[in-house]
Ligand binder design. Structure first.
Ligand code: ADP
Ligand code: UDP
Length: 237
């Protein structure tokens, strides 16, 4: 599959057109960023680790019946995906409190949330991804009610699959963000699932194994991602 023109360069991935109008190439760069792009760095091996990690997770989700955009890995840092009409909404599930919910609601980090909670955010860096609800999504026409229902349902299904997958290797899935898009009338999971977009803690020590290592300057960022990949059995270069 030939890499065509660059369609979009995000903060961590670049997106390229291909010969097939229904397919894109995602190039996972070594760039990392936090706080809506205010803190940035280049981390050796991160692009490759995230590309392989994402493919592994997307394949597991497909096996569990969740429609994803993932087609196949093309190279160390590239994957072929279905071209989606992205919905500008981020779907977040939290199993344990961390990050913005602690600041917003004044709660301590590390509280179990039973049942897990669900939040929508508008994907807009300039506005710092404000929290929104389904009424905003309806009034502004970002997605239909049926699409909102389906994104919510799929995000919870992902939780059932991945909470157990990570627990089996001694990791707690604290929270995560998903993005969906439309593909020939169907809602399909897009973007990525990597430690850049979720929180994972060691179940025994509660050591952070995700992007909070970068956000909080804890060091060993890619080493932690590689350890998670290793525990899951993801083959890295
Ligand atoms: P950001 O845009 O948040 O800086 P990235 O660097 O990860 O993030 O850029 C990837 C971009 O590609 C995101 O805007 C994402 O919504 C978009 N994207 C992800 N998967 C697809 C897809 N299958 N089809 C179209 N666009 C996609
Ligand atoms: N997240 C993300 N991209 C965003 C915002 C959040 O991938 O633009 C992920 C984040 O890594 C975490 C979850 O979504 O796993 C919840 O993030 P939160 O609302 O706590 O925001 P944060 O404090 O991480 O900015």
């Amino acid at each position: 599959m030939n890499r065509g023109a660059e369609l979009y360069a995000g903060k961590a991935k670049s997106v390229y057109l291909t010969d097939d109008p229904d397919r894109l190439i995602l190039f996972f760069r070594n760039d990392t960023s936090a706080f809506d792009g205010e803190k940035t760095d280049q981390l050796d091996r991160k692009g490759m680790v995230n590309n392989k990690f994402n493919a592994f997770i997307m394949e597991r989700l497909e096996q569990a019946g969740i429609p994803t955009h993932h087609e196949r890995v093309l190279s160390a840092q590239e994957s072929l995906v279905k071209k989606l009409d992205m919905i500008p909404v981020e779907c977040v599930i939290r199993n344990i409190t961390a990050g913005s919910i602690c600041r917003r609601l004044g709660v301590a980090e590390g509280m179990d949330l039973t049942p897990p909670t669900f939040e929508f955010f508008l994907k807009n860096d300039e506005l710092h991804d404000p929290m929104i609800n389904e009424y905003h999504i309806r009034s502004f026409g970002w997605a239909s009610d049926e699409e909102v229902r389906r994104m919510t349902e799929l995000t919870f299904q992902v939780n059932d699959v991945l909470k157990q997958l990570f627990l089996d290797v001694g990791l707690l899935l604290v929270d995560y963000k998903l993005e969906f898009g439309r593909y020939h009338g169907e809602i399909v999971l897009g973007d990525e699932f990597t430690p850049d977009g979720c929180r994972l803690w060691d179940a025994e020590t509660r050591k952070k194994m995700d992007k909070d290592r970068f956000r909080q300057g804890l060091g060993g960022v890619v080493e932690a991602y590689e350890e998670v990949a290793h525990r899951l059995g993801v083959e890295l270069d």
